[in-house]
Design a protein around this ligand. Structure first.
Ligand SMILES: NC(=O)c1ccc[n+]([C@@H]2O[C@H](COP(=O)([O-])OP(=O)(O)OC[C@H]3O[C@@H](n4cnc5c(N)ncnc54)[C@H](OP(=O)(O)O)[C@@H]3O)[C@@H](O)[C@H]2O)c1
Length: 374
């Protein structure tokens, strides 16, 4: 990190937990340093690049950083309009877009083909390659930067852990999956993708840039097309009963905690794999019953495993997200003293339902199941 980045980050870290002030931008004092003033507090503005930041997670993060006054640039394969800057990139080739990462404070790479599809050989290839290739491209761009970012947060997934009911997987002693007897081939594929994704990050030649692997559980936000929208669509149609035998654990994190955890990971000298999940995962049966109560419906037809498998084929997707037991807990975040605003699902579900009633997609039927790395 050079001295101007260090200064900006130090100032930002000192002020990161100040109350959110109304933004009044000062004139730029120097090209590499912008600041806003709140009373007597000078708050440094971070520069954040988000490759693949046009999807659900990227939009949450870009919206939050933008709201908080930071500079956001999203890299997308196509031209898009957004309240923040969107620059076209080609994750297969390090071209002119690479200069966008030069001088950034933070890079958060979320790029990867959606996993909401059947795992055919060609889709598998694309799911894997789009992830490893984008990590390699971001790594090369950082390696050639004159002022490389201080930190690179790389999407990974809580799906990397074994299918377990009894022992929760934390990020210190959790068991990476793949060797469970009888695990479907699709589950093993997701773990292979996650492992290769993380290895690509480890192999990137980025010197002093700090690397963090975001082993995220399902991020619950009321936005249209997200996983919460999908699950709620089932409840609203009376189909929100348990899936399979309902014993499989659901790991989740409320969007507000996800964003706060991302800020913490930028702030602290944390390296390596971090679980982004609420501390209280719960079995699918309870998870869905709680969601039904929060929405105010008592009817929830259950779906057996074979019904889900048939539905997944018809909808050209996979059942892994619903049937694999993800019992994942945030060991390292808790050790860091992170305090969850939404540690329990009932409270999170009530807030999300209330929010959805005012802003959600209301009526659109999104995809019903999703596969692994998302
Ligand atoms: N959503 C969750 O709860 C969750 C949980 C754990 C992990 N994750 C992981 O976190 C990442 C972001 O999640 P998300 O839900 O925001 O995903 P998403 O909505 O599918 O967005 C990912 C972005 O990747 C880009 N992309 C798509 N196909 C690509 C390809 N072939 N090559 C390069 N880029 C491609 C797209 O941007 P452009 O089309 O604009 O280029 C897309 O907006 C994903 O990798 C996902 O697996 C998500």
């Amino acid at each position: 990190m050079n001295s101007s980045q260090a200064l900006r980050l130090t100032l930002w870290l000192c002020s990161a937990h100040a109350d959110q002030p109304t933004l009044t931008r000062k004139q730029t004092p120097a090209p590499a340093f912008k600041a806003r003033r709140s009373g007597q507090t000078e708050i440094a503005i971070m520069r954040v690049a988000i490759p693949g930041g046009t999807g659900q997670v990227g939009t949450l993060l870009a919206r939050a950083f933008h709201r908080d006054g930071h500079e956001v640039v999203v890299l997308s394969r196509s031209r898009k309009q957004a309240p923040w800057r969107v620059v076209q990139w080609d994750p297969a080739n390090v071209g002119s877009w690479a200069s966008e990462l030069d001088g950034m404070d933070v890079v958060i790479n979320l790029a990867g083909r959606s996993v909401n599809c059947r795992y055919t050989p060609s889709n598998r290839r694309e799911i894997l390659q789009s992830r490893t290739m984008s990590v390699e491209a971001v790594g090369r761009a950082i390696a050639q930067a004159r002022r490389p970012p201080a930190v690179w947060l790389q999407a990974s997934t809580a799906t990397i852990y074994a299918h377990t009911y009894d022992v929760p997987n934390d990020d210190i002693s959790g068991i990476v999956g793949g060797a469970e007897p009888g695990a479907p081939d699709t589950w093993r594929f997701s773990i292979e993708v996650a492992t290769a994704w993380e290895k690509a990050l480890d192999d990137a030649p980025v010197g002093a840039t700090r690397r963090v692997k975001l082993r995220s559980a399902m991020i619950m936000s009321p936005d249209p097309g997200g996983i919460f929208d999908t699950l709620l669509a089932l409840c609203r149609r009376g189909l929100g009963g348990s899936a399979g035998d309902g014993r499989q654990y659901v790991s989740w994190i409320h969007e507000a905690d996800f964003i706060r955890a991302i800020y913490l990971l930028i702030e602290r000298e944390i390296h390596g794999a971090i679980n982004l999940a609420a501390p209280n995962p719960l079995p699918n049966r309870e998870f869905m019953a709680t969601l039904r109560r929060a929405w105010g419906t008592s009817i929830g037809l259950p779906a057996t495993k074979w019904m889900l498998e048939v539905g997944a084929v018809l909808l050209k997707t996979e059942t892994e997200l619903i049937l694999k037991s993800r019992r994942v807990i945030p060991g390292r975040l808790l050790r860091e003293g992170f305090s969850f605003e939404y540690p329990h699902w009932p409270q999170a579900a009530r807030e999300l339902c209330a929010h959805f009633k005012t802003t959600g997609s209301q009526g659109k039927l999104p995809a019903l199941f999703w596969g692994g790395p998302g």
